[in-house]
Design a protein around this ligand. Structure first.
Ligand code: ZN
Length: 162
């Protein structure tokens, strides 16, 4: 299967340079960025560097590479946030809760009793998606906090070659 990136809408949040510039880990095809409004500490996003709206648009090798890349990012998060459990989630399509039309996977490190109800994370991810589309009304880390976490993750990534 030979797929090409799709034409990105000019305002795609994840195609904007400043977003890619914030990645703490990247390969030729994928980047990991720290979520500016994490639902739990360590909440990160994996995105293809090229614009694909749906996971269905990725070629077989790219889909495999995305999962392998996500596993490397998870190992970095495991080291930095000292956790053993992770939620991996992809909202593919508007009805599934996708708000930014550029493929992205949420990786959320989990610890025992980190949320009053264990399954609450899904509602939080959905509301986080809404916040991504509505950047005016996001609760977010301040730039100093964000840059400090990104720098820490960057350093931890050095031992995991992309
Ligand atoms: Zn895009």
């Amino acid at each position: 299967m030979q797929n090409s990136p799709e034409q990105a809408p000019g305002d795609c949040l994840f195609c904007k340079r400043e977003i890619i510039g914030q990645s703490f880990f990247s390969s030729a095809k994928f980047s990991a960025i720290y979520n500016i409004a994490p639902v739990l500490p360590g909440h990160s996003l994996i995105i293809p560097n090229e614009h694909y709206e749906s996971l269905l648009g990725l070629s077989d090798p790219d889909l495999g590479d995305m999962m392998i890349f996500a596993r490397k990012v998870t190992l970095v998060l495991k080291t930095v946030f000292r956790c053993e459990a992770f939620d991996w989630s992809i909202q593919d399509g508007i009805a599934a809760g996708q708000t930014v039309p550029h493929v992205h996977m949420h990786i959320v490190p989990r610890k025992p009793l980190d949320m009053p109800e264990g399954n609450e994370w899904y509602r939080k991810i959905t509301s986080n998606e809404q916040q991504m589309a509505d950047s005016q009304h996001r609760e977010r880390l301040n730039k100093k906090e964000y840059d400090a976490i990104t720098a820490m993750l960057c350093e931890a990534s050095l031992s995991h070659n992309a």
